[in-house]
Ligand binder design. Sequence first.
Ligand code: DGL
Length: 271
Amino acid sequence: MGKIGVFDSGYGGLTILKEFLVSPVLSVYDYIYLGDNARTPYGNKSTNTIYKYTCQAIDFLFNKDCELIITACNTVSAKVLRSIQQEYLPFNYPDKKVLGVVIPIIEEIVEIQARKIGVIGTRATIESHIYRKELEERDVDKKIFEQATPLLVPLVEENWIGKPETNKILKKYLRPLKNKKIDILVLACTHYPFLIKDIRRIMGKNCKVLDVPKIMAEKLEDYLVRHPEIKNKLDKNKKRIFYTTDNADYFKDFCKNFLKDEKGNFQTIKL
Ligand code: DGL
């Protein structure tokens, strides 16, 4: 029997785990969260480094009995997930699955009747042009406008959410997308949902800002229905364990604030 692993470069993936924990369907499972806080941010690192860190995280989570891993990190999903799925997994863990955030978001965008899509993310995610490429592969009549917003992760990490300085930076980053009159904005980074209220206000009512954590929860529910061979192997004890590569006390404080009544186990590990 196994658990669901959620991996992120730091705290950001908690935005996605939170949605899993409030879903009546998903909250019954056991979760292991791994935040590589000691080596965050990944968004400015090379592909080789991100690949190496992700393989280490995957080894760790599968050794802790995860059956399925969600890489909540957009940078990981954009830069290395395909190679991991096509090269690393078949060789090392042929029966296990690692899923990312890009394909679920793309599936959602394809369903929505909108043409102009804005995407904001780390430099690594935006420079990978993954959203544009995936949509082009599906040959849909949509235009993508991409914008790297590298200052947002440190602002969230410093908890400068809602501060005038942060809103000024947000306005500057979002102005080009607003000028393009985009219909949909994708927050392609785990940290940005912390800023969603201000982003929605700045973009105005004509732009739909996708709620990525919610989409991920819906897609995971759907995935488990379609994959009973995985679903049937998952433990349902509502256990939550949190591992971080940095200070477990800081991590616990952050979780307490953000996940509210979270009573998991918190440990520092070395990858
Ligand atoms: N987790 C990363 C992402 O979603 C943001 C933080 C980082 O750069 O590591 O892209």
